[in-house]
Write a protein that binds this ligand. Structure first.
Ligand SMILES: Nc1ncnc2c1ncn2[C@@H]1O[C@H](COP(=O)(O)OP(=O)(O)OP(=O)(O)O)[C@@H](O)[C@H]1O
Ligand SMILES: Nc1ncnc2c1ncn2[C@@H]1O[C@H](COP(=O)(O)OP(=O)(O)OP(=O)(O)O)[C@@H](O)[C@H]1O
Ligand SMILES: [Mg+2]
Ligand SMILES: [Mg+2]
Lengths: 151, 168, 168, 151
């Protein structure tokens, strides 16, 4: 219904502004309705300003900036409506070292409310995990589990 | 609700049964390219009722059944069981008294899928309804596939709306 | 033919002129997220005649002109010059005697692009013809954008054919 | 023309078989025409078998396997028709450590015939480069070059 969408939109938007300012200190991120008069059909636009830069169309964002902005939006929605568990498959692939460290801190925050299952190749992200599953193919073509020692 | 255990057997590259016991906090799944990590994500999507073949990266529904390897023959059945535990809030509807619920999905090659809740046969609709109230449905923001994290930012405004609706 | 130098000024995030002198072998371009690495790739595509706004990640052709930053005002012109040096084989057609050729593209906001070869004004067609024989055109396998390496494998068979045709 | 396409296809396919066997030792990769009788319109299929696994539809390949197969195809085309220079923007993002090392060796081979300009966040790939450009935004929002010291 209209009222429900309006309420959810407003709440998620408030969370997005908060999470975005935390992920991009000094920047500004917000959601906009493309047609406020038609809450049942309206699209949702995204307006992002990276710190130090002018607000531009999201298509001009870099690969890493897009990933981080998307992570901020996902975490904002989770803030409003947490889910029991969250599955992330290599969402950190485009991030540089500094943003990977930021991501690792964010994940720890999110894990307070939701269980997180995360696939990554990134050593520093593995270190943040509370537990690890190693998947291997000791017999070629057949997956099995193996215990992992980080060192 | 917490994810407690995942049992995978005959599903994609998991010919032999594996059991994953999950704990609180962050669990990382690691391993070399092609070892089967994303297949675990597919197993989670599948047991939660995913019907779209493309979302499981296959061309036909049978592609989820172990298809053989150089040395091993194909098998005829895939089965995934997800066990969830109560975490504060009670389970929805008829499952309110349970502290743990197991959901299973089985399929034989060329057959239809069978669904089970606590080992009792049920319909796909029952599985969908169970997850509906928890926000972990197969399409929402709670599962991000490999290579698609930036989708929410790159999406058209009318598609981005769907993510917000899921949180309503 | 070898890429010898790239001069970028007023193009995307490169407000102030930068000069990149390239050597043989492998050159790595590194730096944090959002610093301008892929903009260098866009500058190479653009100076070689790219006309598709979307291939330059913009919404309109003006998006290639430096648009300002928090502290700096926008500029009105973007210019990229690519200098290539002869490497064994002579340059095609009228450029056979030259050992070095510079190709430039300039655009002012709301204006049309101007093209230059060795500082003499020319048409887009001249630039295209120059690159046609060398295999470095803007659409072939010689330039792989961020996030699209797997395209050749994921493409439909009739699209994959285009890559083979480019090599013909 | 038909003859030209047929000749190019055959040559690229021969290179692909060779490069693929080098990238996936023990595996098999080849290109197939979807309609041999219509060389002007036919599509080009790709048939890949990863070592130890059965040949399957390429849609079932993993993220890293797809990247590596695509890199093998690009390098096969370059073997047949080298270009003066090659620009690669983070093509190594999905690769694990072992495949990144393989990629680094391949790049060195390709650089014998073509100049390579490569964007990467991967330290081991940076070490393979003959020269490095650092891009930075010392003034926020404005890109400039900086010399890079790898240690
Ligand atoms: N039905 C099946 N039977 C056997 N093997 C299968 C089946 N479906 C998929 N596979 C195999 O699973 C492998 C892919 O696994 P997956 O995508 O989980 O890898 P991954 O660990 O995520 O790797 P990456 O790090 O590259 O993303 C492929 O090699 C594919 O051939
Ligand atoms: N016309 C323009 N004027 C000013 N800045 C621009 C312009 N066009 C693009 N940009 C900026 O350039 C930045 C993106 O740069 P680029 O895509 O090259 O980053 P990158 O170094 O490749 O990063 P990553 O490692 O994340 O891929 C964006 O922040 C964008 O705002
Ligand atoms: Mg994967
Ligand atoms: Mg980039």
């Amino acid at each position: 219904s209209r009222a429900r969408f309006a309420e959810t939109f407003a709440a998620v938007n408030a969370c997005f502004k908060e999470v975005f300012a935390h992920v991009f200190p000094g920047g500004r991120g917000e959601l906009l309705l493309t047609d406020e008069n038609d809450l049942l059909e309206t699209g949702v636009d995204i307006d992002i300003q990276i710190p130090g830069k002018r607000a531009q169309n999201v298509s001009l964002l870099s690969g890493g900036e897009k990933s981080l902005a998307a992570i901020a939006l996902i975490f904002a929605i989770l803030m409003y409506r947490p889910t029991p568990f969250l599955v992330l498959d290599e969402v950190d692939a485009a991030l540089d070292d500094a943003n990977t460290n930021l991501f690792n801190r964010l994940i720890k925050d999110v894990a307070n409310k939701s269980q997180v299952i995360m696939i990554t190749h990134n050593k520093s992200t593995m270190e943040v995990a509370d537990s690890l599953f190693g998947v291997t193919m000791q017999k070629q073509g057949i997956s099995s589990l193996v215990s992992v020692n980080l060192n | 609700m917490k994810l407690k255990r995942l049992e995978i057997s005959g599903f994609k590259s998991f010919r032999d049964k594996v059991v994953m016991d999950f704990s609180e906090g962050v669990t990382a799944v690691v391993g070399p390219n092609g070892c089967g990590k994303s297949n675990v994500v597919d197993a989670i999507r599948w047991v939660m009722g995913e019907q779209r073949v493309k979302a499981l990266r296959g061309k036909k529904m049978d592609d989820v059944v172990f298809n053989g390897s150089q040395d091993a023959a194909p098998v005829s059945m895939a089965e995934v069981t997800m066990t969830v535990a109560r975490d504060g809030q009670a389970f929805p509807g008829a499952y309110a008294e349970f502290t743990e619920i197991s959901l299973s999905r089985k399929v034989v090659r060329d057959g239809e899928s069978d669904y089970y809740i606590n080992k009792a046969p049920c319909r796909l609709l029952d599985v969908k309804e169970f997850f509906m109230g928890t926000g972990v449905g197969t399409r929402t923001y709670s599962l991000v596939e490999q290579g698609s994290v930036a989708t929410m930012v790159e999406a058209k405004p009318e598609d981005r709306r769907l993510f917000i609706e899921d949180a309503a």
